[in-house]
Design a protein around this ligand. Structure first.
Ligand code: VG1
Ligand code: CO
Length: 543
């Protein structure tokens, strides 16, 4: 097999964001663009002899073409084997599971998660390390540095691999093993949860609806929920993955998963509703006419973890991203276990899990997971809820309300302003940082500012420091406002504002979050000059 060395010049925009490199499809289709980034990964990770790589993606437009290119580059860069999901498909948590199960030299995941797909949509690529988790910041920075200096890449002259035929295919000295994308993952789920109890729950007439949003979880949900757990076939909707996600925005929240939301808030609503995103790592949990915030979901899973066989031995600790509500902290305190606060992005949880410091992790952005893999995991969260529901035999709403009664309610909401001009977004952030001194101690009605800062994190395991992770305005009574710029978008800037206050009074737990947070929302608009600077009078998405 002939291996070609191709001369190339750097692109200067290959800096990975919160979760890998995400760009519009036409950017990735530029000659050498994909190849440069893949070679930068291989040059950074130094491939040991006889190494195996995992490869798969969320099935979005360009997934197949990129898969063929990466296979040929893996062969030219000394890999002995590549485990690739049939059709080039692997959900993000399944890829993590397979890296861990077969102890491979990491894997490459092709996904732009919940961003829309199609010829003009987004595409993305990231490297996960040998622990199955997203490369740490040190590694992504090194990949970026390599991408700025690259002069050549290596690629094999080989025929395309028949990606739909499972089994081994030869590419020179390298073997391409095309594997079932679901099997290993489904087995892992069966080892963690009480499938008998969930089967009995479903048999007893408990009705569920899972929205795969025409993204990667369709085949996973069918195999696990329908084939293995016996849910009726129509329990899974939008189950066929499509390269453009059917024109939708595969983001499981109240705005984009509206088809499911209408069903669970409508007549004849099922008892439980859930959705996942483009690459299967996010989850939204709903009861009959009831929405569970991701922050509450993390806390409730933590408080009820002993219901699931895989977590019977208890939790080592919990970690949440900084903007995620402090509901999980209250559970950790009651359990007498540590709770860690990390920057946004799953890559910050890896070290804590590898060191055995935490079992559960979560983000307010519909991400929940545990140390069973090193990614957040949408279907895992769905199964955890079903396991809890099977054990407690109460409705979703009752479980949440009882949780609030016991621990108090962390009222929470996130306001996103998407696609605003970059200068305006930077201006808002600068204004806030310049106002720290005058804000400290300032009084807004009954709320007084206790502290403002730009969050920075020192990893307790490797000592690495990550600065500039979001502006925090903390109030004396424990309320918080956090401002952050998104690191996953591909157009303009997205400003995220996270609002939280604590409500111990049960008689006020029924209040709508926007109503309960009205004072904080007012302060936000005042101190950020948001309307004036961005020209927007309301958020694009409220979750
Ligand atoms: C967003 C979320 C973050 C999440 C990241 C990747 O990042 O806020 O919590 O880890 O997406 O999730 P940002 O930088 O846009 O706020 V996924 O499902 O897009 O891989
Ligand atoms: Co995702």
């Amino acid at each position: 097999m002939n291996i070609r060395t191709v001369a190339t010049t750097p692109f200067n925009d290959q800096k990975p964001g919160t979760s890998g490199l995400r760009k519009r499809v036409p950017a990735f289709q530029q000659p050498h663009y994909l190849e440069n980034f893949v070679q930068s990964i291989f040059d950074t990770i130094t491939v040991p002899p006889n190494a195996t790589l995992v490869l798969g993606g969320d099935g979005r437009y360009y997934n197949r073409e990129a898969t063929q290119v990466i296979l040929k580059m893996a062969a030219a860069n000394g890999f002995r084997r590549v485990l690739v999901g049939a059709g080039g498909i692997l959900s993000t948590p399944a890829a993590s599971c397979i890296i861990r199960k077969y102890k491979t030299h990491g894997g490459i995941i092709l996904s732009a998660s919940h961003n829309p797909g199609g010829p003009d949509g987004d595409f993305g690529i990231k490297y996960n390390g040998t622990n199955g988790g997203p490369a740490t910041e040190t590694v992504t920075e090194a990949i970026y540095t390599a991408s700025k200096k690259i002069t050549q890449y290596r690629i094999a002259d080989a025929a395309d691999v028949a990606l739909d035929r499972t089994g081994d295919h030869k590419m020179g000295d390298m073997t391409v093993s095309v594997i079932d994308p679901v099997e290993a993952y489904a087995e892992l789920m069966e080892s963690l949860f009480d499938f008998d109890a969930i089967r009995a729950l479903l048999k007893g007439g408990f009705r569920i609806k899972f929205d795969a949003m025409h993204a990667v979880t369709g085949p996973y949900a069918r195999e696990i929920l329908v084939n293995r757990l016996g849910a009726p076939a129509d329990s899974v909707m939008n189950a066929v993955p499509l390269p453009d996600f059917g024109g939708g925005h595969p983001d499981p929240n109240l705005t984009y998963a509206h088809e499911l939301v209408e069903i669970v808030y409508g007549k004849h609503a099922p008892d439980f509703g859930a959705a996942s995103d483009g690459d299967g790592d996010r989850n939204m949990i709903l009861g009959k006419g009831f929405f569970v915030t991701p922050s509450d979901s993390l806390a409730i899973i933590a408080a009820n973890a002993q219901c699931a066989p895989g977590y019977k031995q208890g939790l080592a600790g919990i970690a949440r991203s900084m903007p995620t509500s402090e509901a999980a902290d209250r559970v950790a305190k009651a359990l007498g276990i540590p709770c860690y606060e990390t920057p946004t992005g799953w890559k910050f949880f890896g070290n804590l899990m590898d060191a055995g410091k935490v079992t559960l992790c979560g983000e307010e952005s519909f991400g929940t997971g545990s140390d069973h893999v090193r990614e957040k995991d949408g279907l895992w969260a769905v199964l955890f809820w079903l396991n809890i529901l099977a054990a407690r035999k109460q409705s979703v709403e009752t479980i949440v309300r009882e949780h609030w009664t016991k621990y108090g309610r962390n009222v929470y909401s996130r306001h996103d302003y998407e696609g605003i001009p970059v200068d305006a977004a930077n201006g808002v952030m600068k204004l806030l940082k310049d106002s720290f001194a005058s804000l400290k101690g300032a009084q807004f009605g009954h709320l007084q500012v206790k502290l403002c800062d730009d969050f920075s994190y020192t990893d307790p395991v490797d000592g690495s420091v990550s600065t500039g992770q979001g502006v925090r305005i903390l109030f004396v009574d424990g309320s918080r406002i956090v401002f952050r710029l998104s690191g996953t978008g591909t157009e303009g800037a997205t400003l995220r504002i996270y609002l939280e206050s604590f409500e111990p009074d049960v008689s006020r737990h029924h209040l709508d979050a926007q109503e309960a947070l009205a004072t904080l929302i007012g302060i936000t608009l005042q101190i950020s000059e948001l309307r004036k600077r961005t020209g927007r009078d309301k958020p694009t998405v409220i979750t």
